[in-house]
Ligand binder design. Structure first.
Ligand code: APR
Ligand code: ZN
Ligand code: ZN
Length: 362
């Protein structure tokens, strides 16, 4: 077919508004696939790239929470074929690294992306966000970044499994190991935390306490399965959670903000021998200072959740099936659908906390 020219959302320089530009998508090489993007959610990480917070490899092709149809595949690709409906992921499991060889592919330490680069029309190489770059009509990825799921699912909802929603659900069901009857508290109920509430309900949690400083987020969390809410602007989070869990604290506390003060709340709001899951992402300057004795004396486990410890090949099709059975309300995360040229405005709404997800429909 040869290289194709399509429209994509580009961040040219730090802090500069994003623009739609023509990009060149090469034919897929060995192990690669070209995907016709149907939908792509707007995530904080896209904004973070735009603001130079990830690295300086401008220009970026943004977008990474996507679903679409495989258009063509390169040599040696067997896992997907043209016409497949896929959700894109940013962890193409390598099968070779020490985690993979030990049978823990969900931790793969050597995930890979397409080898060829997409470019601007003048040949400038693009850095695709999280190795995806899906605010574009078509994108080039490693075939392992495509996971085939039931095409009956709405692409707008399915694509969200590609990042934040999977991170939240996985923080509860994979990392936190939430089981039937467990009490769970989720601190921070944005896109990730709200998904953790959904995951906790799916896993059969008894009490689910949603904590946030924004009443709108608490309202959404309640709709997704939170049995109780605590506004931690007016009520002490630790006291609030303890009060709702017999005075003891929750079995699993999920921290979906990524700040020292909320981590400390999570640490003290769990029951003895309970679990804390950190899924919010801190920044490099953040520090935490706690008595070491409390780490020992409270027992249990303190875990971090990378991408919800998901294994796309295992988790995406399973979650899509549950969605199609009406047991996992992924549609609730699609606050609005927008066009490719609305991404900049969607950043503003996201920043103001007005949306769970704006989803670009192509
Ligand atoms: N206590 C409780 N909730 C808080 C606090 C706080 N001190 N500060 C912020 N929040 C709430 C916000 O009101 C919001 O509802 O945390 C939520 C954060 O949600 P989003 O901004 O939508 O972010 P989200 O996409 O959910 O990501 C959360 O996970 O992936 C990481 O980088 C991401 O660190 C971020 C975190
Ligand atoms: Zn690996
Ligand atoms: Zn994301």
């Amino acid at each position: 077919m040869g290289a194709q020219q399509v429209r994509g959302v580009i961040a040219r320089a730090k802090g500069e508004p994003v623009r739609i530009e023509t990009i060149v998508v090469p034919d897929p090489g060995p192990g690669e696939a070209v995907v016709k993007v149907q939908t792509c959610g707007v995530c904080h990480t896209d904004l973070h790239y735009r603001e130079g917070g990830i690295n300086d490899d401008f220009p970026f092709l943004l977008g990474h929470e996507a679903a679409g149809i495989v258009e063509s595949v390169g040599e040696g690709v067997t896992e997907v074929a043209p016409g497949d409906f896929v959700v894109l992921n940013w962890r193409a499991v390598c099968g070779q690294c020490r985690a993979c060889r030990r049978g823990r592919p969900q931790y793969c330490f050597d995930t890979h992306n397409a080898r060829q680069r997409m470019t601007l029309t003048d040949g400038t190489e693009l850095s695709p966000a999280l190795g995806i770059g899906a605010f574009a009509e078509k994108t080039l990825v490693a075939a392992g970044q495509c996971t085939k799921v039931d095409p009956a699912a709405s692409p707008a909802a399915a694509g969200l499994l590609g990042c934040g929603v999977m991170a939240g659900i996985g923080a509860a069901i994979n990392t936190g190991g939430v089981g039937r009857g467990d009490s769970v508290a989720v601190i921070g109920c944005g896109g990730v935390g709200a998904a953790a509430v959904l995951g906790a309900r799916l896993a059969g949690a008894g009490r689910i306490v949603a904590v946030d400083i924004d009443d709108r987020k608490l309202e959404t969390a309640r709709g997704l399965g939170a049995t109780h809410t605590v506004n931690s602007r007016s009520t002490d989070a630790v006291e609030g959670i303890r009060e709702l869990t017999g005075g003891f604290g929750a079995d699993v506390v999920i921290e979906a903000v990524g700040r020292p003060e909320t981590y400390e709340q999570a640490f003290y709001a769990r029951d003895l021998a309970g679990t804390v899951v950190l899924v919010g992402v801190p920044t490099p300057e953040m520090r935490i200072d706690l008595p070491l004795l409390d780490f020992f004396g409270r027992g249990g486990s303190l875990k971090s959740s990378w991408y919800g410890d998901c294994l796309p090949s295992r988790d995406f099709p399973m979650l899509i099936d549950l969605y199609l059975q009406g047991r996992l309300d992924l549609d609730a995360f699609v606050t609005e659908t927008i066009g490719l040229d609305d991404v900049e405005a969607a950043f503003t709404r996201m920043h103001q906390g007005d949306v769970l997800r704006s989803v670009v429909v192509l």
